[in-house]
Design a protein around this ligand. Structure first.
Ligand SMILES: *Cc1c(COP(=O)(O)O)cnc(C)c1O
Length: 388
């Protein structure tokens, strides 16, 4: 296990590795397993042997869980089969029938869909709140408010939230605080150090970093850990060892990749801000962004994901022409890999608590690790095609 006083970049390199246990090899073995053999009936007693069954954990899954727990400063961490599965796992780990669940209006669309379609079946009441609520969240508290779900910045529209203020208010009533921290990753924001109980990562994005694996992680505070461990075991969640291994490999370089994603994204965002057809950039790292002061106060950096709004004269068809004309930017969902991507922002049905939505065509970009001169040239030629 990593020492508490190590700096994050050191923890990223060393956490979850025990070369001495594996003949000195730097990386843990990829253990493909269901059955684990016991030397005797006595050794089959619960807890008598470290590993008991593939689903319950292997040296491979344990390595990634230990690394995530160390990086997040958590009591423990569990793996899920995707980011969305990490979200559903975290929700189920702390909610039960009769609970009231407050969810930020700007959460990832499939999170909202899970909250609207699945949780009510089990008697959980969902209420969406305005992301700028801060201490004002208190007016939404009810006697049965059990948990609050945050995501900062918000999906597609990038509004910041005052995480410490909302978390402190929630703690006054003993409510659990869940946060989807996929955008910042624990490299740029540490949820548990800011009052969050369940820190969620779509590992699919920057942990994996190469667009080739789906995985999720949930890291828990001491009070949320027993519930997470129990729900994970009861649901029977298990991630295949090759995917776990690739996530662990990605984790080692996450910090250096993020540094470059941020530098590239700032260069591209600053270029976009000067274009006459661009009305606004949605990226809290920019001083002109409404969430900049919160971002600067709480976050250590920004990833490669942001959006921009065209000026109102740009039609939907023109925005489509712009996207279709891109050559280096791929059109595709997900993000966090080494490559640049673009999608049109569509918010139909995704905002119900009064959060302002873009009034013109909006595009989300993921800025990859390419040379920004080439990325800017691609955006410029697509804008020219759009105007032609
Ligand atoms: C992509 C994403 C998820 C879901 O991750 P998957 O691995 O695709 O299920 C969750 N939250 C955010 C903010 C995301 O962008």
């Amino acid at each position: 296990m990593a020492e508490i006083d190590q700096k994050l970049d050191t923890v990223l390199v060393h956490a979850g590795r025990q070369p001495g246990d594996f003949h000195g090899f730097v990386n843990p073995p990829v253990v493909h397993a269901s059955t684990v053999l016991f030397p005797s009936v006595e050794a089959m007693a619960p807890g008598a042997q470290k590993y008991s069954y593939g689903r319950r954990g292997t040296p491979t899954t344990e390595a990634l869980e230990e690394a995530i727990a160390a990086i997040e400063g958590a009591a423990g961490a569990k793996l899920a089969t995707s980011g969305l599965n990490a979200i559903s796992l975290a929700c189920l780990s702390c909610l039960r029938a009769g609970d009231h669940f407050l969810v930020a209006d700007t959460v990832y669309g499939p999170t909202r869909h899970f909250c609207d379609t699945i949780l009510p079946r089990y008697g959980i009441e969902i209420e969406y709140f305005e992301p700028w609520a801060a201490e004002g969240i208190r007016k939404r508290f009810k006697a049965n408010t059990k948990a609050v779900f945050l995501e900062a910045p918000g999906s597609l529209t990038f509004e910041m939230q005052d995480v410490p203020a909302i978390a402190a208010a929630a703690r006054e009533i003993g409510a659990f605080v869940l946060m989807d921290n996929t955008w910042a990753t624990p490299v740029f924001f540490q949820p548990l150090a800011h009052g969050v109980d369940l820190s969620i990562q779509a590992g699919t994005k920057y942990i994996v970093g190469h667009s080739d694996v789906m995985i999720g992680t949930v890291a828990a505070s001491a009070r949320a850990w027993p519930g997470l461990l129990e729900m994970h075991g009861n649901l029977g969640l298990h991630v295949g060892p090759d995917d776990v291994y690739l996530a662990l490999r990605g984790l080692r370089t996450m910090s250096v990749r993020l540094e470059r994603h941020m530098r590239n994204a700032l260069e591209v965002a600053n270029w976009l801000a000067e274009q006459s057809c661009v009305a606004a950039i949605r990226y809290p790292a920019l001083p002109q962004d409404p969430g900049h002061s919160l971002w600067k106060r709480d976050f250590k950096g920004a990833c490669g994901l942001f959006a921009f709004d065209f000026t109102p004269d740009v039609t939907e068809q023109q925005a489509i022409t712009f996207l279709n004309s891109l050559k280096l930017f791929g059109l595709g969902y997900s993000w966090g890999g080494f490559e640049s991507l673009a999608i049109p922002v569509k918010l139909k049905g995704l905002r119900t608590a009064g959060t302002p939505v873009p009034l013109s065509q909006s595009v989300r970009l993921h800025i990859g690790l390419e040379d920004t001169r080439d990325l800017i040239a691609d955006l410029a030629q697509a804008m020219a095609a759009m105007k032609a």
